[in-house]
Design a binder for this molecule. Sequence first.
Ligand SMILES: CC(C)(COP(=O)(O)OP(=O)(O)OC[C@H]1O[C@@H](n2cnc3c(N)ncnc32)[C@H](O)[C@@H]1OP(=O)(O)O)[C@@H](O)C(=O)NCCC(=O)NCCS
Length: 204
Amino acid sequence: MIAANREDELEAADVSPTPDDDPTPGPTDSGTRTDTQPTDGVVVRGAVGDDLAGVLSVGHRTWLATYEPIAGPEYVAMGLAKWWTSDVVTDSIRKGRTLVAVQGDEVVGVATFGPQDESFVLWKLYVLPGHHGHGIGSRLMDAVVERARENEHPRITLSYLEGNQQAARFYARHGFVETHRETPGSGLPESVWMVRELEKGEPS
Ligand SMILES: CC(C)(COP(=O)(O)OP(=O)(O)OC[C@H]1O[C@@H](n2cnc3c(N)ncnc32)[C@H](O)[C@@H]1OP(=O)(O)O)[C@@H](O)C(=O)NCCC(=O)NCCS
């Protein structure tokens, strides 16, 4: 997700007390909380330290498959070096801002989120290519919506890279509408920003 281009800024700037900054282990830190336990054996839960290698693997495999065709190998290399390092992922896990979808011992999907200004931003949503179309992305999205509600955020924002039709369709189906675009220059595709308003009591 190109929205991740601000995740490092968020992590750097996010010094105000927020629920995610609370050092007290929350439900996502425990590793015991289960958001969904579907019959196919995929479990969505808060990531723990032992998930680090699996999270990194999902990032590296999905970034290559997703972005090389639409943004090129240099963009992929830049993104992996910037947003999928052990330090960045560990920090997000420690803050309770990473969710994983796990099948057996394998991490097959990842979502990360966090506050920025008035918004709750979904920074990353990635499912391994071989696991697409089985509802894993939807379960991760449901869990992110639940986290946003728990933190009393009225909306979720995100962005995807123009040309990522799979993401565009998925987010539209999950109630997101386009708000604006950012042009990065250097011949890279635009970032398409979207929002989903969360009504109180609305099912995810
Ligand atoms: C976008 C992404 C996260 C969606 O994850 P996913 O696990 O494939 O999502 P789902 O399976 O919940 O939904 C995908 C489709 O499968 C269908 N589907 C969901 N559950 C299904 C099931 N049990 N059986 C069959 N089809 C199903 C949905 O109807 C959906 O249709 P759509 O094409 O209209 O969206 C995933 O495709 C991905 O990781 N893409 C590459 C990375 C990427 O672009 N990430 C977003 C960056 S901004």
